[in-house]
Design a protein around this ligand. Structure first.
Ligand code: BGP
Length: 468
């Protein structure tokens, strides 16, 4: 049966400053930790990325032409405050005014994120969000942006607090590249959630007219053997690390007993202590009902088996299928059923996981207000032929996820839009320029854009709201 989406549904495309803009030193931009880290640890840098800094009029024109009526963009904190605080760089401010004006001109609603992985270097090297001083700096930066950019109707504080902590302190593929430190993971999640809550409260207290929310990556976690209590426990603990801890902070204003029990168990085995303060919970509590929306980034689900051996995580950053490994002592290991498809980067393709995650939010966190799917898409080694890419696999992936969103809406979930990751090709943080996601192919040498087959398909769906 053909499925449809509501008339007012947003069909968006997502981007992020660091992955799209390039121009990492232009017009007074301050450094971020990634600049040096990519140079030292990877085979690529953030130059030229997609040269969005200069080419945004081209991308927004394409968006308009192809029915894309929303765009996720992030502000690079270090363009506004080159050292993360104090002195403002007016050229950076001017750039974003121009960018938002272009969105308006093209009828593309801008959903603007304040922090998408790119903490300014000065603050990062001072402990990033493990250092509570940086909570203050983030809130000051947020306050400045709220006041300076009244043209923005939709604000997101953070993109993916979960993967930031994981990337920085568990998997170790994000700067500063620390591995297996679960206490740092939870502390980073916690401090960032406090920063989020402070910014949301401030936004509402000042009476700004727009909407504000947060974007969480929410991979659904299933037990490998649903009959085995140890596998069920592994899925539960893995869910706490990636989802439940930050969802509780967002919508309960505290951590539930089950969450705290899980965190304590994980830290007993893996070591480390947390610094939670009473005033943190006052802040979380004060903001828990003020989020206008939840952004869900959903790419994959995982299946978990109980595991008590030594922790080992191997990141597949090159697209060599089957090269990844993930096992955490006393938590579990990832072991998916063999019949479930995976991408070349071992990301498990399971649209039903998105449905289950949306329904879990509806049930466990009924104060969520509304949901946007703020990222979803297929990372692929695109083949560029005839000035295009025949990306049927991507169309199939997006189609199935849109269908499941339509089902969730039918079943009572308030989902108001979808943003494909990514609008045009951008580079991937820990996987380089070879892992493409865009509706528009970017030739990174000439910076020319070419609509892929998926762009034509997306336009049709966006214009008719019929998922065909
Ligand atoms: C999310 C990030 C995006 C983007 C996407 C795809 O975690 O918010 O910035 O990179 O995932 O992931 P990857 O680039 O690792 O394939």
């Amino acid at each position: 049966m053909t499925k449809i989406l509501p008339k007012d549904f947003i069909f968006g495309g997502a981007t992020a400053a660091y992955q799209a803009e390039g121009a990492t030193k232009a017009d007074g931009k301050g450094p971020v930790a990634w600049d040096k880290y990519l140079e030292e640890s990877y085979w690529y840098t953030a130059e030229p990325a997609s040269d969005f800094y200069n080419r945004y009029p081209v991308d927004l024109k394409l968006a308009e032409e192809y029915g894309v009526n929303g765009i996720r963009i992030s502000i690079a904190w270090s363009r506004i405050f080159p050292t993360g605080k104090d002195e403002v760089n007016l050229k950076g401010v001017e750039y974003y005014h121009k960018l938002f004006a272009e969105c308006q001109k093209r009828g593309v609603e801008a959903f603007v994120t304040l922090h998408h992985f790119d903490t300014p270097e000065t603050l990062h090297s001072n402990g990033d969000f493990l250092n509570r001083e940086n909570i203050e700096h983030f809130v000051a930066y947020a306050a400045y942006c709220f006041e300076e950019f009244p043209e923005v109707n939709y604000w997101t504080t953070f993109n993916e607090i979960g993967p930031i902590g994981d990337g920085q302190y568990l998997v170790g593929k994000f700067p500063p590249g620390i591995q297996y430190d679960l206490a740092k993971v939870f502390q980073s999640h916690h401090n960032m959630m406090v920063s989020h809550a402070r910014a949301v409260k401030l936004y509402k207290d000042k009476g700004y007219k727009g909407e504000i929310g947060i974007v969480h990556a929410l991979p659904t976690k299933y037990p490998h053997d649903p009959e085995n209590p140890n596998d069920i426990r592994a899925a539960e603990l893995e869910d706490i690390i990636h989802n439940k801890f930050i969802l509780d902070a967002t919508y309960l204003g505290h951590y539930s007993e089950q969450t705290i029990e899980g965190v304590n168990h994980i830290l007993e085995i893996n070591g480390g202590e947390l610094d939670f303060r009473e005033e943190d919970f006052d802040v979380l509590e004060a903001a828990k009902d003020l989020n206008d929306f939840l952004g869900i980034n959903y790419y994959m689900s995982d299946w978990m088996q109980a595991f008590d051996g030594e922790t080992e995580i191997i990141h597949n950053g090159t697209g060599e299928k089957g090269s990844s490994k993930y096992q955490i002592k006393g938590v579990g290991r990832r072991q998916a059923p063999t019949n479930i498809p995976k991408t070349d980067w071992d990301w498990i393709i399971y649209p039903q996981g998105l449905y289950d995650q949306i329904m879990r939010i509806k049930k466990d966190y009924p104060n969520y207000n509304k949901i946007y799917i703020t990222e979803n898409g297929l990372g692929y080694k695109d083949e560029f032929v005839d000035d295009t890419v025949y990306d049927d696999a991507r169309i199939d992936y997006v189609k199935k996820h849109l269908e499941i969103i339509s089902d969730a809406i039918t079943d009572g979930a308030n989902v108001k839009g979808y943003f494909i990751w990514s609008l045009m090709d951008v580079f991937s943080w820990s996987n380089g320029y070879e892992k493409r996601y865009g509706l528009f192919y970017v030739d990174f040498e000439t910076q020319e854009r070419y609509p892929k087959k998926s762009a034509h398909w997306y336009k049709e769906v966006a214009e008719t709201q019929v998922i065909q």
